[in-house]
Design a protein around this ligand. Structure first.
Ligand SMILES: Cc1cc2nc3c(=O)[nH]c(=O)nc-3n(C[C@H](O)[C@H](O)[C@H](O)COP(=O)(O)O)c2cc1C
Length: 337
């Protein structure tokens, strides 16, 4: 008889049902369509777009239009929206719904000054009543599930998440993601997962844990220590989408999957770059891709020097050449070892 796989957590959002879910976090300038597709192929169960300003969606802004493109192969996919005006958020949600997304996520977690100054993102943690009104208005205006991603509170002395989670649940959202930090902590300091069990005690909708999940072992520990329904990975996936495959394998077998070999890392890096160029055009594609090299080359011998060359190159062919030469170099040292 086939052995039953251990279930650490499960997630249901509308028609989507996933066991042991490991999700790709929304990240501005990172989780565009090409990257999301790679993460899905390598095991991410659900992917999220970068956040998109509601006002820009309504204005039909060019950049936002590109952020709203989705591909059938990446489902389940959520587009994330943010804003400070309730009517604009409702209108934006209706536009997003027509694209055919699996669900809509609302961002109440962004700490960046420009966003907070405009009373959007994490600023709503200071105005919980408005957050609730906005969420309910969006939930009531669309037929697709709506989820929320937020933080513990504004700062350590104003952690409101336990009560807030209940109020958010009452608006009819389908799931809640918690980045286990406060707004003041931004993305620094240690995420405090200990709030997840306290939130879960208070609500029935699925709770997704986010913050400081860096390894497959962290994913398992997050499920075991907190009882969360899903685990969301952000920075650890930048330039290392293999983390999803490794995490899923670890959950399913209890064994560590060997990391990708050099050739696979380079192949995926180049596939990612090619798709970015196709998606954004050569110049923008090459420049915006630069943040990914350190992840794709992380831990590889003498990679610092190679990275320097890659981030100053403005030619795809040259990048292929640099990486192929580096591949040969690494294999030659390996064969001598
Ligand atoms: C470059 C970058 C861009 C981000 N953009 C967004 C965003 O658009 N929407 C959002 O909800 N969170 C955004 N975040 C926060 C992440 O989704 C996540 O909550 C945070 O990085 C903590 O998770 P981690 O420790 O796994 O990285 C961003 C984070 C980074 C590093």
């Amino acid at each position: 008889m086939k052995e039953q796989k251990k279930i650490y957590g499960s997630l249901k959002i509308g028609k989507i049902e996933v066991k042991n879910p490991v999700l790709l976090a929304p990240m501005e300038d990172v989780t565009d369509l090409p990257f999301r597709l790679i993460c899905r192929t390598l095991g991410a169960d659900i992917v999220y777009s970068e956040f998109i300003a509601s006002e820009a969606i309504i204005r039909d802004a060019k950049r936002s239009k590109q952020k709203m493109l989705i591909d059938e192969r990446e489902r389940p996919i959520a587009l994330q929206i943010f804003g400070s005006n309730v009517d604009a958020m409702v209108e934006a949600a209706k536009i997003i719904e027509k694209i055919g997304v699996d669900f809509i996520d609302i961002n109440y977690g962004c700490w960046v000054k420009n966003v907070v100054r405009n009373n959007a993102g994490a600023a709503l943690l200071k105005e919980p009543d408005k957050m609730i009104t906005m969420t309910k208005a969006v939930v009531d205006s669309v037929n697709v599930p709506v989820t929320v991603k937020t933080r513990l509170g504004w700062d350590r002395s104003s952690i409101i998440i336990v009560d807030l989670a209940k109020r958010l649940e009452d608006t009819g959202i389908a799931a809640l993601t918690i980045h286990c930090r406060t707004r003041i902590e931004a993305i620094k300091g240690e995420a405090d997962w200990s709030w997840i069990p306290k939130i879960k005690e208070n609500i029935l909708i699925p709770v997704i844990l986010n913050g400081d999940v860096k390894t497959p072992q962290d994913v398992k520990r997050a499920f075991e220590e907190t009882g969360c329904n899903g685990v969301m990975i952000g920075r650890a996936a930048i330039g290392y989408p293999f983390i999803f495959r490794e995490a899923k394998h670890f959950l399913e077998t209890g064994e560590e999957l060997a990391p990708p070999d050099i050739s696979e890392r380079i192949d995926i890096c180049l596939e990612h770059l090619r798709n970015e160029i196709k998606f954004k055009g050569t110049q923008r594609g090459l420049i915006e891709f630069r943040k990914n090299y350190s992840g794709y080359l992380k831990g590889l011998r003498d990679s610092h020097h190679i990275r320097q060359k890659l981030v100053t190159s403005d030619s795809y062919d040259e990048i292929v050449h640099i990486l192929n030469e580096y591949n040969d170099y690494l294999y030659s040292i390996e064969s001598l070892a």
